[in-house]
Design a protein around this ligand. Sequence first.
Ligand code: DX5
Ligand code: ZN
Length: 221
Amino acid sequence: SEHINISPSLMTMDLDQFKEQIHFLNDHVDSFHIDIMDGHFVPNLSLSPWFIEQTRKLTNKEMSAHLMVTDPAFWVQQLINIKCEIICMPAEKINGIAFRLIDQIHSAGLKAGVVLNPETPVQEIMPYIDILDKVTIMTVDPGFAGQRFLGHMLEKITELKKLREEQGYHYLIEMDGSTNKEHWKMIHEVKPDIYVIGRSGLFNLADDIQSSWQKMVAEFE
Ligand code: DX5
Ligand code: ZN
């Protein structure tokens, strides 16, 4: 079967099986998805640069940080300090500093992405889209696992694919939020490059990560 590029959302894993899950996933994924919140941009807290450093002791796969913060400049610097491979910034909070932040990330030899919340159109990132390494489309309101799936956000994936093809851009397209069995049919029609999968799509499917993964793959097909 074709390779599915899954990026597990680690804020939704079972902490009592931290090591087992990372060890298993290390052999099956290209990257890990790390949600970083500040309690202001979204009303929650989750993972942190410290968590990334700890996880790195168990895997050398790429870490992709999803910033849900009102002050991206501060967090970008923290993530550069620990050499987080992919830094994804909220499109809604980088107006006026986008080029400086993207250049800063690239100068450190890391990849730069942006995340579009449901209310944010692709149009918003056009000024700098050509220098992005990844664009993440939120298919839920951010901040928590298990939110209502917003299917029409998938249209942005089609739009981004078309733009990439026409213009020769190089960004990867990722989707994040309630990526699970209930929505696979719709999702397959647009085929993002990377699927962020959380609780309902992976970690909650069984008691151990190996069975959960097998279930996920079976549901995907
Ligand atoms: C939502 C986060 C997602 C989330 C995914 O704010 O950005 O990464 O944890 O979990 P599910 O797929 O369970 O919604
Ligand atoms: Zn996320």
